[in-house]
Ligand binder design. Structure first.
Ligand code: NAP
Ligand code: G4F
Length: 327
């Protein structure tokens, strides 16, 4: 039975990846940070067969202990401070967790594996946010990185550190440059879920408007359940490598609003949307669209859920959740 250690198991991707690996017969260990973390209950309910370990990406000795218990064949480093807007207000903390946390995980992997480094495979959750002020359209593995946020800068550090460990020590280390991926499990601070929750509440008469920032930005949005499959496929290759994982389509926030309100049968969506500079960013990433050719040809990976299906899935899930809350 292969063994996997996942950081960030309480997050959106951690839950989907745990489900995928358990369905493939893996023994799954998930790192959870903090004292009495309330999301432990969510993990226990969603993936009861996963074993929870305590640790923090900023605390190397806690990671070393987690490796000693988990004895992993595969390591998925999904843990991060992942909300871009928050990263300007907490730039130092974001650098420590999202950036230096990767180095801590790579070192913990090396300490665990000793002379036998090829016994473990490492996945780093890199991000299309690294492309920032994009230097090429669409963005591919070779596109110059130009991050626009402290989060993006921290991810660039983690990305190059992962490549460096592969080149320096021959580690089987892969960096998945994933474009935005969403689901009903997405945190409500991100724009897709903020919109799907608001649409559900507006439809049920629980609120009248949703207040957003920049409606012109464009993102390449896919379904998180599809994207964790790509992570796993990267670690099944003979060599570690870097892969863009994306749909190859891009949509604006305005289009997201149109589809989300449409899924609830509301056509005149503009009267329900307000804008506030509070939600604008000091530096915006205007356009993301990925070229997933390498993931398709090498990994045999393709997204299955379309943008419209994804947004409809999220709105329907939030409608059910909001109805249950008012019952
Ligand atoms: P998420 O839902 O925000 O989950 C982040 C996870 O990191 C949570 O489990 C969180 O734990 C954990 N974490 C935060 N600080 C930590 C620390 N100091 N030590 C250990 N764990 C810590 O993110 P996601 O959407 O699942 O994304 C997974 C990864 O992919 C992240 O690295 C993200 O940056 C990256 N990524 C995401 C996307 C996307 O569109 N979703 C795209 C590209 C890359 P708590 O629950 O305790 O806070
Ligand atoms: O949903 P978002 O907060 O996601 P963002 O910034 O693209 O980051 C996500 O994707 C990255 C991959 O590219 C990940 F690495 C990262 O961890 C995270 O998962 O914002 C999307 C867009 C932005 O342009 C933002 O300015 O939506 C715009 N937006 C407009 N109004 C808003 C809002 N975003 C949020 N969160 N809230 C708003 O009210």
């Amino acid at each position: 039975m292969p063994r996997a250690l996942i950081t960030g198991i309480t997050g959106q991707d951690g839950l989907y990846l745990s489900e995928l690996l358990l369905s493939k017969g893996y023994e799954v260990f998930g790192l959870v940070r903090g004292q009495n973390n309330p999301k432990i209950a969510l993990v226990q309910e969603t993936v009861p067969d996963a074993t929870i370990l305590t640790g923090d990406l900023t605390d190397l000795s806690s990671l070393v202990r987690a490796f000693a218990v988990a004895q992993p064949d595969e390591v998925y480093n999904l843990g991060a401070i992942s909300f871009v807007a928050y990263s300007w207000e907490n730039a130092s903390l974001t650098s420590d967790v999202t950036g230096k946390g990767v180095l801590n995980m790579l070192e913990a992997t090396r300490l665990y594996a000793g002379d036998n480094l090829d016994k473990v495979r490492f996945y780093q959750a890199s991000s299309s946010e690294m492309f920032g002020k994009v230097q090429e359209v669409p963005q591919r593995e070779s596109t110059l990185l130009w991050p626009r946020s402290p989060y993006g800068v921290a991810k660039v550090f983690g990305h190059y550190m992962t490549i460096n460990y592969r080149e320096s020590y021959g580690m089987h280390a892969s960096s998945g440059i994933l474009f935005n991926h969403e689901s009903p499990r997405r945190g409500p601070e991100f724009v897709t879920r903020k919109v799907s929750q608001a649409v559900a509440r507006i439809k049920l008469g629980l609120q009248d408007t949703v207040t957003l920032g920049n409606l012109d930005a464009k993102r390449d949005w896919g379904f998180a359940g599809d994207y964790v499959e790509a992570m796993w496929r990267m670690l099944q290759q003979d060599q570690g490598d870097d892969y863009v994982v994306a749909t190859g389509e891009t949509h604006s926030i305005e289009r997201l609003l149109e589809v989300a309100f449409g899924a609830a049968g509301i056509e005149d969506w503009r009267r329900h949307v307000e804008q506030d500079p509070r939600f604008m960013r000091p530096a915006e990433v205007d356009l993301l669209i990925g070229d997933p050719t390498k993931a398709k040809t090498v990994l045999g990976w393709e997204p299955k859920v379309s943008f419209e299906e994804l947004v409809t899935m999220m709105v329907e899930s939030d409608l059910a959740e909001q109805k249950a809350l008012i019952r």
